[in-house]
Design a protein around this ligand. Structure first.
Ligand code: ADP
Length: 447
């Protein structure tokens, strides 16, 4: 087992990883930018190193500085969390070259699931069903038009290097195609420094259902059921739940087995998520995330498995602690992402938290990196916490969620709590009847 883990992240996920390390008796190192000197992840770590100024490129994304921090502190492993360098194959490789363990999959696994075109090709080879679309990159409007006509409109132009819902444009007719192509390209260039795009069939009423997988890097792998993340705004998840109200035990087992088998074939190591769109009973692969996800606690709640602790165990050479038949799913869990944002316009709302009262009680978990008096810096994403509620069935979970949301008080800044209070009272949400477009339609109808 490791002696000391450096956590190359900030906020709630840095604290989440610290918790698992503490339980395993591993010392923790926090890294931080100058904007985060007062952050909770710094206060609670055994050691901390300031690695640069607020822009992520100068701190949380700066590989030489992270390596220096490892060297200064003698950390023998790095947990990247999510975002930042978590899916950077080069970072994983450099750490290995320095005999520091990257707590995640191999750099090779990150690469084959890295850009979206390569990921789709890998998925196809592994027998995972994918969204119909172009074979690889599309370089001209004529080429896009030919594919679109074959598949039928609407189509979606997607950035090969995409992430965070950026670089995606819908073309409903041939007349829209030119503009969709050029805007997707320029958005992709600006966001990722790479203007490569491809074309996919645009599904009109799918749900986003993702399968959590876990492997030991030795050919043993399991699936831990699904998460339904269909409640989205601008392709960004807002609320996640498990199990999906749209799946039954047979379809869950079927897709879970397809994905777990694929992970066994590639000897996948650690936690991963295979994302699908689900429409009319069919699954279509969109991408794989080779890391821990924001919404992982939903799976932890229904399986009772500590995913971060298992990631650390497996990265240090341990065997998988469970077989597929050992995994049982109990009850229902929902996560709400609490963002420091205006609940209507979604404008970021950084600033000082003057009062902080998180909810508690049976089945309620709050993962957050903030505290009363903390000043949220304007430089990073606006997620300040996650409320995860578990109940013995979906009804109990919703009842508890309503209660927990009403208890949650955050003053001084705006948050998305009022939006969740409103959403869970909508009949479609209560009945589990929503697809990936539901939230945008709902928001469009509100004053
Ligand atoms: P990112 O990596 O930017 O998050 P994804 O490929 O994971 O991009 O897609 C994010 C979201 O965009 C999906 O959850 C879904 O809402 C929407 N989306 C992606 N591909 C399609 C598609 N072919 N048809 C309809 N919606 C899509």
């Amino acid at each position: 087992m490791f002696d000391k883990v450096l956590i190359a992240n900030r906020g709630e996920i840095a604290l989440r990883i610290q918790r698992a390390c503490k339980e395993l008796g591993i010392a923790t190192v926090a890294v931080h930018s100058t904007a985060d000197a007062d952050a909770m992840h710094v206060r609670l770590a055994d050691e901390s190193v300031c690695i640069g100024s607020p822009p992520a490129s100068d701190s949380y994304l700066n590989i030489p500085r992270l390596l220096a921090a490892c060297e200064i502190t003698g950390a023998d492993a790095v947990h990247p969390g999510y975002g930042f360098l978590s899916e950077n194959a080069r970072f994983a490789e450099i750490l290995e070259e320095h005999s520091i363990t990257f707590i995640g999959p191999t750099s090779e696994h990150i690469r084959i699931m890295g850009d979206k075109i390569t990921a789709k090709e890998t998925a196809k080879k592994l027998g995972i069903p994918v969204v119909p679309g172009s074979d690889g990159e599309v370089t001209s409007e004529a080429q896009a038009l030919k594919i679109a006509k074959e598949m039928g409109f609407p189509v979606l132009i997607k950035a090969t290097a995409g992430g965070g819902g950026r670089g995606m444009k819908v073309a409903h007719t041939a007349a829209d195609l030119g503009l969709a192509l050029s805007t997707a390209r320029s958005e992709a260039k600006a966001a990722f420094g790479n203007d490569s795009v491809y074309v996919e069939k645009y599904l009109q009423k799918p749900r986003h259902i993702e399968i959590q997988v876990f492997g030991d890097g030795k050919g043993n792998a399991v699936h831990l059921g699904e998460r339904d993340c269909s409640l989205q705004r601008r392709h960004q998840k807002i609320l996640e739940e498990s199990p999906s109200p749209a799946l039954n035990a047979a379809s869950r087992q079927k897709i879970g087995e397809v994905v777990a088998n694929a992970m066994r074939k590639i000897k996948y190591r650690g936690a991963g998520t295979v994302e699908f769109l689900f429409e009319d009973g069919e699954f279509y692969f969109i991408e794989m995330n080779t890391r821990l996800q924001v919404e992982h606690p939903v799976t932890e709640a229904v399986t009772g498995i500590d995913l971060v602790l298992e990631q650390i165990r497996v990265a240090s050479g341990g065997n998988l602690a469970f077989k597929q038949e050992d995994i049982t799913f109990s009850g229902h869990a929902i996560e709400c992402r609490i963002n420091a944002e205006n609940p209507r316009t979604f404008r970021p709302s950084p600033g000082q938290i003057t009062y902080w009262h998180p909810p508690g009680g049976l089945g309620v978990r709050v993962d957050s990196g903030v505290y009363q008096g903390y000043r949220i810096p304007p430089f990073y994403d606006s997620l300040i916490g996650k409320l995860i509620v578990h109940g013995k069935n979906r009804n109990e979970c919703l009842m508890r969620l309503r209660r927990a949301l009403s208890e949650f008080v955050i003053d001084g800044i705006e948050t998305t709590i009022p939006l969740f209070n409103e959403l869970i009272r909508q009949p479609d949400i209560a009945n589990g009847l929503y697809d990936i477009h539901w939230l945008e339609k709902y928001l469009g109808k509100q004053p």
